[in-house]
Ligand binder design. Structure first.
Ligand code: SF4
Ligand code: SF4
Length: 214
């Protein structure tokens, strides 16, 4: 019959359209809640496969890397960055510029006065973060950074890059917990070393016979 193929095609389309609702209703409140369903959704599953962005967003894995951010301690207001310059040296695209701060006498101090990243060159490799000895620079998750002028608007200054440590803790909970555990272990080891030094010092100060041994 003329048009049979067209009707069959429309039927298939209609079936998939209906399955969209069946699948979405099955996964109420949302098939995208928590992001797990999207990650697990297989090609043979029915329904809409496209994420309804920007209303719906994929949950970003912790290890996702985008243009880096600079951390500061909100409690003290201090930058974690010491302007050591290591990140500028390891950056493969050479897209980081730092100007070290100076005190009132003009002596350089361990703090960046200016810090720039050209996000149009950054390839999100994360090397700056891996090599930073102070944990001051970390890959951000914020990928919604479309601009009109890449030559001006994609050069982020220190103000645009700074985020509080709590933000890093929120988007990288595992990494943050490991860092805190390492810091605590280091502090404990330092305290133990100081204690044993004090013990050795007081033993050396003690005069022979004072402890009744001689
Ligand atoms: S971000 Fe880290 S590696 Fe880069 S200058 Fe600051 S302290 Fe050094
Ligand atoms: S992520 Fe890679 S390319 Fe981007 S600033 Fe860091 S080292 Fe450079």
């Amino acid at each position: 019959m003329f048009g049979k193929g067209v009707l069959k095609g429309l039927g298939v389309t209609m079936k998939h359209w209906l399955y969209t609702y069946v699948d979405d209703i099955r996964k109420i409140p949302s098939r995208y809640a928590g992001g797990r369903d999207i990650l697990k959704q297989m090609p043979d599953e029915e329904g809409i496969f496209t994420i309804q962005y920007p209303e719906e967003k994929r949950v970003i894995p912790e290890r996702y890397r985008f243009t880096p951010m600079l951390l500061y301690d909100a409690a003290t207001g201090k930058d974690l960055c010491t302007a050591c310059g290591i990140c500028t040296k390891v950056c493969p695209t050479q897209c980081i510029w730092i100007v070290r701060d100076k005190d009132e006498k003009g002596k350089p101090i361990s703090r960046p006065a200016e810090f720039y990243i050209d996000a149009s060159l950054c390839m999100n490799c994360g090397l700056c973060s891996e090599f930073c000895p102070f944990g001051a620079i970390k890959p951000n998750h914020d990928f919604e950074r479309a601009v009109y002028d890449r030559h001006q608007d994609m050069i982020y200054d220190k103000q645009a890059l700074l985020v509080p440590l709590e933000y890093h803790a929120a988007i990288h909970p595992t990494e943050y917990a490991e860092e805190e555990a390492a810091k605590a272990a280091k502090a404990q080891a330092k305290a133990r070393r100081a204690q044993s030094r004090r013990r050795r010092g007081s033993a050396a100060d003690r005069k022979p016979g004072e402890d009744g041994a001689d």
